[in-house]
Design a protein around this ligand. Structure first.
Ligand code: RNT
Ligand code: ZN
Length: 418
């Protein structure tokens, strides 16, 4: 049977439960995911030779890490050739590209240091998102940046945040689409602090100063990411969930929820509907927490599907801005990236193919027995046939075919990076 024949038969089955597969495919085609650049080089960046700090860690030493902007860009191209649709690339400030002696420290970076990224994005019709980098730098003192009691440290990072707003604005202007700028700081304490409020007060004041500069709010969507703990900052993080949600609400910026940043049985999927009742837009970092790590490769697992369902059921495909955030150095990085991108798309397709109206009505009518039955039956509908057809009609490999490309690339390109 051809992919099209399998699709046509799946289409009939879905039709019986009121789902229009053509429509689902069309919505998915235009759906943008912000792909994090940092899976390609283990969050190293190009502006320092030091280790990754900030309580995040990559483990593994799989050969082929991108070491230069050219290598990283080539790797991103490879991944995007295996993923349908036009997406965004999410950059960190540490991915600045310095040339002709125009090197600048984090507090003095400028749009010109990202010119090559803008050219890269323009040529490919991609958008860009941005993140100030408050880690892997000598001005992080005692695990503190924007909340530091040392005024010199705090001011340095305020200037960094402001510089990043300008760069984000440049991205948006050049590419004709808004740039999401995400602030996440690693600040916290390994052990019980004596004063929980002073660092948070300083963080608040620092953010106020960053946001006080003049910028176009329709172009730069600033968001703030929370975290519950990091490696070496186990007892207290300054940017806790309550801090970031309240700060974002009070300032009219976006909250960002990373689903690796909560207690183990707490799920982001349940938070989305509440957040959307009080925010026009919000952002997510989609990742996979495993015990102490918050950054494993995104799988097609229950919580990923649940997050996707919430986005679709809240009619929020343009309100919940999704970026991926993980870094695995123990396996082929191109594969890690592709698996995550394809999985989130697949989760969105799964959500779009769910008989959402019907299920909602069953709940409203109190027919909870039937609701459970249908939710369970839908799980084994032929999603794969629709997914394959989506891949085929968008010119990307079906099923595990894409992996052949990765093997070839590993042999011809990655293995030569010694
Ligand atoms: C860290 C945060 C943050 C980083 C990236 C590299 O815990 O999730 O988003 O992972 O900025
Ligand atoms: Zn994150």
């Amino acid at each position: 049977m051809t992919t099209k024949e399998r699709y046509d038969s799946a289409k009939e089955l879905y039709k019986e439960i009121g789902v229009d597969t053509d429509k689902a495919i069309e919505s998915l085609k235009n759906y943008k995911i912000s792909m994090h650049c940092w899976q390609g080089d283990d969050v190293m960046g190009f502006d320092n030779d030091g280790p990754l700090t900030g309580g995040i860690q990559t483990t593994g030493n799989y050969p082929g890490r991108a070491r230069t902007p050219e290598e990283l860009m080539a790797d991103i191209d490879k991944v995007l050739s295996l993923v349908a649709g036009k997406h965004k690339i999410n950059l960190h400030a540490c991915y600045a590209i310095f040339e002709d002696g125009n090197r600048a420290d984090r507090d003095a970076i400028k749009p010109e240091h990202f010119k090559k990224w803008v050219e890269f994005a323009k040529e490919r019709g991609l958008g860009l998102d941005f993140n100030p980098t408050f880690f892997s730098h000598k001005m992080v003192k005692d695990n503190l940046t924007l909340s530091s009691p040392d005024e010199e440290v705090r001011k340095f990072w305020i200037r960094h945040g402001q510089a990043c707003i300008k760069i984000s604005e440049y991205f948006a202007t050049e590419l004709g689409q808004p740039c999401l700028m995400n602030i996440w700081i690693p600040d916290g304490y390994k052990d019980i602090p004596a004063d929980r409020v002073a660092p948070r007060r300083r963080f608040k004041e620092s953010l106020d100063e960053i946001l006080s500069i003049d910028y176009d709010k329709s172009k730069v969507l600033v968001c703030l990411e929370s975290k519950v703990f990091g490696i070496g900052v186990e007892s207290y993080t300054v940017g806790s969930s309550e801090f970031t949600i309240n700060y974002a609400a009070s300032k009219g910026i976006l909250p960002l929820m990373d689903n690796g940043h909560y207690h183990p049985t707490e799920v982001v999927s349940d938070k989305i509907s509440s957040m959307l009742l009080f925010n026009d837009k919000m952002a997510l970092h989609v990742t996979r927490p495993v015990r102490w790590d918050s950054d494993h490769v995104v799988l097609f697992d229950d919580e990923t599907k649940e997050i996707a369902k919430e986005i679709v059921r809240n009619d929020a495909m343009d309100k919940v801005l999704v970026g991926l955030d993980y870094f695995d150095a123990s396996i082929n990085r191109i594969s890690a990236w592709t698996v995550g991108m394809r999985n989130f798309q697949k989760a969105m397709l799964y959500a779009l193919l769910s008989p959402n109206e019907k299920l909602k009505n069953l709940q409203e009518e109190g027919k909870l027995t039937e609701l459970m039955m249908l939710q369970e039956e839908v799980k084994t509908y032929p999603l794969g046939a629709v997914w394959d057809y989506f891949c085929e009609t968008n010119g990307v490999p079906q099923r595990s075919e894409w992996y052949k490309e990765v093997e070839k690339y590993e042999k011809e390109v990655l293995s030569k990076r010694q």
